[in-house]
Each structure stands twice: as structure tokens, then as C-alpha cells.
Design a protein. Structure first.
Length: 304
């Protein structure tokens, strides 16, 4: 391992412990140390937990944990009862006072984080959270995958759609700058003529990062246009493409459109599979070299 990497990690650790005040004897300006707070958090988060579980999950010395629990019991923060699944064992529960302290610690921790994050721009907040998730993903193989959320577009999202799709399709299919021009044209017209009563853009977000998109535009004569479906490589296999298309279909039906139409290329196998499963039918196709390569463009429609 290069010394520079080791020193960078150690330097970050020193910064982060100072940043959160982890070495302070009075953690979050309370009578508790960080270890006290972690123990109380685990107890308060569960409807009964054993000492052995605390020892294992928090990786604490059993004798050290025993001293903390003895002090908590003396302060009226915890109580014990027989384990209904094993009468030879006891489980630890937080008392009303313990739960009050548990909630207070949570509120103080949230306020501390909010104080620092309030000083950041939205993009900076997303970058920090994304970096945290990256660290955990690489260093903790057991870390659960974060779920994606689907939300309406915000300022800056349409620009991200253009950038992400231009980069992805150039890398994966070798399409040239004319594809980026097409996406930029579709995106700019959507913003310039946006009618919130009949049009919508959905963004899939995961760990604070945009990972997918789709939009619906009014094509006139009762026809809605499904445009710019995209799912980032990092989020494929989660069903986001199907979810985004289903959102479009529900929206189009709710707004009284009679048909949903889209244009794609037959090389985009995953997207075409989603359209077929959703009930779209192939209406027409034509060969073209719009993006520098021979492709087969297709128009698909769904009668609503």
C-alpha cells in the first residue's frame, strides 16, 4: 500500500473526528461519550436487545459494556426483563427517561449535521452524500444498496439529461455530436414550452445523484410524446427503466391523452424490451445515419 494513500486516509480520519466532535468527553454537549451514545442508540432503536448482541454489533469489550449498562441502570435509563424466547436470558430496554435521552441525542445529531450542510449549495450536498456512499460501498461489501427515488425535475436537471445521455451514448454506441445536438434540442424545447398541466419530467435519484430520467411532452391531437428515457450504468438492473415508463403511461392516461408515442433505435435492446412489455406496438421504422453510424430508427405507439 503506497504511503501517500495511508496518510490521506489517516488525515481524513483526523478531520472527520474533529468535524463531528467524536473525541469530546461531552458528546453533542451531553453527559455522554460517543460510546455511551452508540449504546443508548442501539437500545433505544430496538424493542429489547441482549448484552451479547450489543457486544457483537458494537464490537465492545464485554466488561466495558457491562460498566456502561450498570451506569445506565443506576441513572434510570434502562431496565431488563426476561427474554420471552429464552427464559435463561434477559433483554435490555430503554425506560421513558432513556427514550427521552435517545430522542434528544438524535435531535442534537441531526441539528449538528444540518448546521454544516446548510452552508452548502444543493450540488455540494449531493456530492458529499455521494462520496460517503462511495466510501461505504467500496469498504463495506455488506452495505445495503440505497433505494432510488423518483421525483419531478428541478433547475439543472435538464442540463444533466443532455450531458449524461450524450456521454453515455457516445461511449456505448459510438454516436457523434449530432446525437447530443438532438437531445439538447428536445430538452430545450421541453423547457421553453413546458406546460405543467400536460407535460412532466421524472428524475430517478440515488444517494443524492441523478441516475435516470424520462419526460413526456404534448405532441398535439391527443398524442403524448415519451422522450429521453435513460438509466445510468450504476443503476441498471433495479427496474428503474420500467418504473419511469410506467409513470409516463399513468400520467398520459390521467391527462386524457389517447395515445403515447416514442422514437428509438433498435440497437437499444433494453429500452425496446421495456416498451414491448408495457404494450407498445411498432408503428414504423427507417434506416438512418443521423448520429454517424448506420442505425434503424423505430416509432412505437401505445393506445391509451
Amino acid at each position: 500500500m503506497p504511503d501517500a494513500i495511508i496518510e490521506a486516509v489517516r488525515d481524513f480520519n483526523r478531520f472527520y473526528t474533529r468535524f463531528l466532535g467524536l473525541l469530546n468527553k461531552a458528546y453533542l454537549d451531553t453527559p455522554f461519550t460517543l460510546t455511551d451514545a452508540r449504546v443508548l442508540f442501539e437500545i433505544g432503536s430496538h424493542d429489547g436487545v441482549s448484552a451479547s448482541t450489543l457486544t457483537r454489533d458494537l464490537q465492545l469489550d464485554a466488561a466495558y459494556l457491562s460498566r456502561i449498562l450498570k451506569r445506565f441502570r443506576a441513572e434510570g435509563l434502562i431496565e431488563t426483563k426476561r427474554d420471552p424466547d429464552d427464559q435463561r436470558s434477559q433483554v435490555i430496554l430503554a425506560t421513558q427517561e432513556g427514550l427521552a435521552q435517545f430522542r434528544d441525542l438524535g435531535a442534537r445529531s441531526s441539528a449538528q449535521i444540518a448546521e454544516h450542510f446548510d452552508e452548502l449549495a444543493t450540488s455540494e450536498k449531493q456530492a458529499v452524500v455521494g462520496a460517503m456512499q462511495t466510501i461505504r460501498t467500496h469498504l463495506d461489501p455488506t452495505a445495503p444498496s440505497s433505494p432510488a427515488i423518483i421525483r419531478a425535475h428541478r433547475p439543472g436537471d435538464i442540463g444533466w439529461i443532455v450531458q449524461s445521455q450524450a456521454s453515455a451514448y457516445t461511449e456505448e454506441y459510438g454516436w457523434d455530436a449530432r446525437f447530443e445536438a438532438l437531445v439538447a434540442d428536445v430538452a430545450s424545447k421541453f423547457l421553453a414550452n413546458f406546460d405543467p398541466a400536460l407535460e412532466y419530467c421524472w428524475i430517478a435519484e440515488r444517494d443524492g445523484n441523478n441516475v435516470g430520467s424520462i419526460l413526456i411532452a404534448n405532441g398535439g391531437n391527443g398524442i403524448a410524446k415519451l422522450r429521453l428515457l435513460y438509466v445510468d450504468k450504476s443503476a441498471r438492473g433495479l427496474g428503474l427503466g420500467r418504473t419511469l415508463v410506467e409513470e409516463c403511461i399513468r400520467f398520459a392516461k390521467s391527462k386524457g391523452y389517447r395515445q403515447l408515442s416514442l422514437w428509438t433505435n433498435d440497437v437499444l435492446h433494453a429500452a425496446r424490451g421495456i416498451y414491448i412489455k408495457a404494450g407498445f406496438r411498432l408503428a414504423s421504422e427507417e434506416r438512418h445515419r443521423m448520429f454517424g453510424r448506420d442505425e434503424n430508427g423505430q416509432t412505437w405507439v401505445l393506445d391509451l
